[in-house]
Each structure stands twice: as structure tokens, then as C-alpha cells.
Design a protein around this ligand. Structure first.
Ligand code: F1X
Length: 364
């Protein structure tokens, strides 16, 4: 019997689907500025800047106070708890700065991995306890979407069926709780790029993972029109000796998505997973040019691939504000073009944009 116990009212569904669509409208994507304190420390270490709350705040202030035209390329920004409550140097909350630009504010909700005993060092993600209360508070404090990143690894006996099922179920519980509290859930099942496997194996695993995720979302009565997917692109492992062209990555990626992701999902925003900024843009462009049916918006939710050049330009010096903002804007515009299949590589990329951003076992 249909709808005997409806999970959401039609007003709730309308709100959720409108938020999701706003984030990915017209080639827009997401800036993933939700690095935890530890992850941000790794980023800052690369540019020899101390990982203090003030340094994290200063860098993020530069990103969020960039020219208002950023709202043509960035539809949403994911924040870490600390950042949601931080202010710029004039005392204005970051979240209000973003909202005034018409950008939707999101919040990281997962809380790190817990080991799955009896597996080859696989994990599930914590954060479901008290999640509903946290979501309700974040909604009051201006967030309209959430993010939960589950991590799966390709290795000997990995990912195991247990890891796939357990992470799919946690993602679905999280998505349902978000929607009950008016937050659009970004569902992120990341198959890590660690390993020497080829692209075909990554495609096989990605399909298994996504199929399990959509089965679990359906079991948990998640309203797909009010969700966004944040998957890995289908690529070879970082240590694979065989190299693939963007067109091959695009075909494998869209094939995997086409086989597993329902057309009701409004947008798929890829993570960058350690690709260089330029590779992440070129691959996204090729994905949007791929000659297969693509019923969803195909866009970006990049962390490293939107911030690496900006971090390098900043180097911890306030005097570099302009160069930092220009570097960030350049990547945002390039990825927006790629999300429409209109990116033309200029051939004059800076060193930071072509540098691999891979971090081994990037788990939290
Ligand atoms: O792979 P990328 O594009 O750098 O980051 C993807 C991402 O999900 O992983 C990070 C760690 O949780 C987050 O900061 C970010 O949102």
C-alpha cells in the first residue's frame, strides 16, 4: 500500500527539491570548505602555515568575501562546524556573507571512521547519535544542506560486502534524518583512489557501491528529488601504470552512474579525490560531453581542486589576498564551464593547478 506512513509532507518535499536544484542550477557547483581541523592542518602544512583557528578563519574569509560574481559558479558551500560560527574581520558571520551572495550554506555532519572488526581495515562512519538534534540546530543556524562522507577502499578483499552494506545503510539513515529536518543530504560514498587497480576495476566497484546506496536510500524512504550525490569519478588507482584520457574516464564514469543512479536525483557533484585542479576540470568537462544519456546535472563539489592554487597564492600572507581570490575565482569559473561541457584549456596553468593533490588513505 502506497503512502500509508508518508515520510515527508508535500511542503517538505517542495522545499528540499528547490534547495537541491538551486545548488546545481546553470552549471553551478559546490565549494567543499568543510575540512576538519586535522585535514585543514595537512593543507596548511603544505604551505608552511600554522594550523590555528585564526589562520583557518583568515583563509576562509578570503574565499567567502571574493567578488559577488562567484555566485554564477558556486551554488553551495559546505562548512565545518567551527566555520559556521566564524565571522569575517568586520564581525559578520560567514554564513550571512554567503547567503547574501545567494549561495546555499551546507554543513559537514559525519564524525569520522570506526573500524569494522574482521575486515581488512575497513570502516564505517560515525555521527548518527544525536544527528537529528544537530540537524535541527544547524537548520536554525542557517544551513540548508548536509554532507556525509563514507569511505571505501579497493584492496585485497576490499571493499567487503559488509563495508558496502554498512556504509550504504549509514548514508541512508543520515539522509532520512537530514530530510526530516529540512536539510538536503549530500550522499557521498567515496571509493578511494589508493591502489594500483585499473579503471575497469574501479568502475566495477563503484557500480556495486552505488547500487547498494540507492537500494538503502529506497529502503529508508529517502526522497531522491531532495538529495544530491557526491561520488568519485571512475579512475584508475593512483599507483596504476596505465594512464587513461579524460574521455575514457568520462565514459566509465557516466556508464557506472547510468546503471545505478535513478533519474529522479537532480544533481551529481563529483569530489576531486586528489586529482590536480586541471585534471578535475578536464575530466568534468569530458563527463558533460560524454555521448550517453545524462538525466542529472553533472557538476562539482571540490575541496582540494578548488583551493590548491588559492592556498599556494596565499602562503599565509594577508598581502596576497588579491592573488588568492583570483586563483579561487579562476578555478570556480573553469569548473562551472566544465559543468556545462564548455571548458577550453588555456594551456597556461600555474604549477599549483597541475600538481597532484593525492593523499594516501585520505579517510577524514
Ligand atoms: O576530494 P576533495 O574534493 O578534496 O574533497 C572531498 C571531501 O568530501 O573530502 C574532504 C574530507 O572529508 C572534505 O573536505 C571534502 O568535502
Amino acid at each position: 500500500m502506497a503512502h500509508q506512513f508518508p515520510a515527508l509532507t508535500s511542503e517538505q518535499k517542495k522545499e528540499l527539491s528547490e534547495i537541491a536544484q538551486r545548488i546545481v542550477a546553470n552549471g553551478k557547483g559546490i565549494l567543499a570548505a568543510d575540512e576538519s581541523v586535522g585535514t585543514m592542518g595537512n593543507r596548511l602544512q603544505r604551505i608552511k602555515v600554522e594550523n590555528t583557528e585564526e589562520n583557518r578563519r583568515q583563509f576562509r574569509e578570503m574565499l567567502f568575501t571574493v567578488d559577488n560574481s562567484i555566485n554564477q559558479s558556486i551554488g553551495g558551500v559546505i562548512l565545518f562546524h567551527e566555520t559556521l560560527y566564524q565571522k569575517d574581520s568586520q564581525g559578520k558571520l560567514f554564513r550571512n556573507i554567503l547567503k547574501e551572495k545567494g549561495i546555499v550554506v551546507g554543513i559537514k555532519l559525519d564524525q569520522g571512521g570506526a573500524p569494522l572488526a574482521g575486515t581488512n581495515k575497513e570502516t564505517t562512519i560515525q555521527g548518527l547519535d544525536g544527528l537529528s538534534e544537530r540537524c535541527a540546530q544547524y537548520k536554525k543556524d542557517g544551513a540548508d544542506f548536509g554532507k556525509w562522507r563514507a569511505v571505501l577502499r579497493i584492496d585485497n578483499h576490499c571493499p567487503s560486502n559488509l563495508a558496502i552494506q554498512e556504509n550504504a545503510n549509514a548514508l541512508a539513515c543520515y539522509a532520512s534524518i537530514c530530510q526530516q529536518n529540512g536539510l538536503v543530504p549530500i550522499v557521498e560514498p567515496e571509493v578511494l583512489p589508493d591502489g594500483d587497480h585499473d579503471m575497469e576495476h574501479c568502475q566495477y566497484v563503484t557500480e556495486k557501491v552505488l547500487a547498494a546506496v540507492y537500494k538503502a536510500l529506497n529502503d529508508h524512504h529517502v526522497y531522491l528529488e531532495g538529495t544530491l550525490l557526491k561520488p568519485n569519478m571512475v579512475t584508475a588507482g593512483h599507483a596504476c601504470t596505465k594512464k587513461y584520457m579524460p574521455e575514457q574516464v568520462a565514459m566509465a564514469t557516466v556508464t557506472a552512474l547510468h546503471r545505478t543512479v535513478p533519474a529522479a536525483v537532480p544533481g551529481i557533484c563529483f569530489l576531486s579525490g586528489g586529482m590536480s585542479e586541471e585534471d578535475a576540470t578536464l575530466n568534468l568537462n569530458a563527463i558533460n560531453l560524454c555521448p550517453l544519456p545524462k538525466p542529472w546535472k553533472l557538476s562539482f563539489s571540490y575541496g582540494r581542486a578548488l583551493q590548491a592554487s588559492a592556498l599556494a597564492a596565499w602562503g599565509g600572507k594577508a598581502a596576497n589576498k588579491r592573488a588568492t581570490q583570483e586563483a579561487f575565482m579562476k578555478r570556480a569559473v573553469a569548473n562551472c564551464q566544465a559543468a556545462k561541457g564548455q571548458y577550453v584549456h588555456s594551456g597556461s596553468s600555474g604549477a599549483a593547478s597541475t600538481q597532484s593533490l593525492f593523499t594516501a588513505s585520505y579517510t577524514y
